[in-house]
Ligand binder design. Sequence first.
Ligand code: FES
Ligand code: FES
Length: 127
Amino acid sequence: MAYSEKVIDHYENPRNVGAFEDKDDSHIGTGMVGAPACGDVMKLQLKVSDEGVIEDARFKTYGCGSAIASSSLVTEWVKGKSLDEAQELKNTDIAEELALPPVKIHCSILAEDAIKAAIADYKKKNA
Ligand code: FES
Ligand code: FES
């Protein structure tokens, strides 16, 4: 199976890899999700301003190239978005942007789920 150029670019130069080290993590939402289809794991963090805008994002993904590219891409996409806007992000947009083949669609679903889990974690903390 051939990876698209965009997948290879994100895989070789992943954006925003890592985790936030802040002592006070009340402004950070963390989502950790796994893909039942293959056992891969994705951890995604959002740093949110008092105004509810996503200022920064980090990810760590143990998985295939498509999963790494999907998480790298969404960390770029969510920056500057409100939580409501980020909530609207669809795995189909990710799959389209990265030209993922059908067998790799679940990798993009993992990224959508990770964003939603991180938003939910932030909202729970700041309820
Ligand atoms: Fe899990 Fe792709 S099957 S790495
Ligand atoms: Fe399972 Fe990509 S996340 S193959």
